[in-house]
Design a protein around this ligand. Structure first.
Ligand SMILES: Nc1ncnc2c1ncn2[C@@H]1O[C@H](COP(=O)(O)OP(=O)(O)O)[C@@H](O)[C@H]1O
Ligand SMILES: [Mg+2]
Length: 241
């Protein structure tokens, strides 16, 4: 089965092979990604860098199986997604991937605990286990005293911690984080990065960020640079902190 064969650290989790992505706007088309190849391995802490509009979010969405490439392929755990049904893909996404966004994307009417429980509800996990696992995840991000608070009662950094707890509660293999520190001040951004690095080491969860912040990129074990939708290592120096 897809998700079982995790033996060594070099195991490929998600791989883009010659991925192209075009958006069609009426008669016009725009190629957001051109022949991008990238591999994310077990336990990676890596990043996609590039200026605004360079294709970072598009690539992250494709690696996270939220979107399909126009051409090329995405492999998950060594299996071509072309061979997987929509059901198998959404199953993989629901069980094995976590997502963190720049604007946190919490449900405003739910408490921290309920926000974190939500992905487990979608996996049909019973109420008792949902609560126990969500409390545990919120403890891991340092929010055990904020279980009942709603997003509007939390600071930006605390909201992102809830979002991280929601991403890790299902014990994913990989968390995809789209500019996770872009709305945070420098000190809070560093605390959020510390937390993600700690979860990467302690929980063995791989992280893939998109960012153009040198402070974020300095933490990554490997960085893929994009310019106008293509891999381009020549701008590497531009991102040195
Ligand atoms: N849904 C969409 N429809 C049309 N164009 C899009 C869409 N999503 C992204 N694009 C275009 O694709 C390019 C890459 O966008 P994006 O992946 O969001 O870049 P980044 O995350 O690096 O800022 C941009 O030119 C953007 O306008
Ligand atoms: Mg983006």
């Amino acid at each position: 089965m897809l998700c079982d064969a995790i033996g060594n650290n070099n195991f490929s989790l998600v791989q883009a092979i010659d991925v192209c992505r075009s958006f069609f706007l009426g008669e016009h088309s725009h190629q957001a990604l051109t022949n991008v190849s990238l591999e994310i391995k077990k336990h990676d802490f890596s990043a996609i860098a590039g200026p605004s509009g360079s294709g970072k979010s598009t690539l992250l969405n494709i690696l996270g199986c939220l979107e399909r490439p126009t051409s090329g392929d995405v492999m998950i755990e060594g299996v071509s997604t072309k061979e997987l049904s929509i059901r198998q893909l959404s199953d993989f996404r629901a069980k094995k991937l976590g997502f963190v966004f720049q604007t946190f994307n919490l449900v405003p009417t739910l408490s921290s605990l309920e926000n974190v429980e939500y992905p487990l509800l979608l996996l049909n996990i019973n109420a008792k286990e949902r609560k126990q696992r969500s409390e545990e995840a919120l403890k891991k991000v340092g929010l055990e005293k904020f279980l009942k608070n709603h997003p509007s009662q939390l600071s930006g950094g605390q909201r992102q911690r809830v979002a991280i707890a929601r991403a890790i509660v299902k014990k994913p293999l990989l968390v995809l984080a789209d500019e996770p520190t872009a709305n945070l001040d420098k000190k809070t951004a560093n605390e959020i990065l510390d937390l993600m690095q700690q979860l990467n080491l302690a929980e063995k969860i791989a992280f893939l960020f998109s960012s153009h912040d040198p402070l974020v990129l300095a933490r990554a074990n490997s960085v893929a640079y994009l310019t106008d939708g293509q891999r381009d290592e020549s701008h590497r120096e531009q991102y040195v902190a």
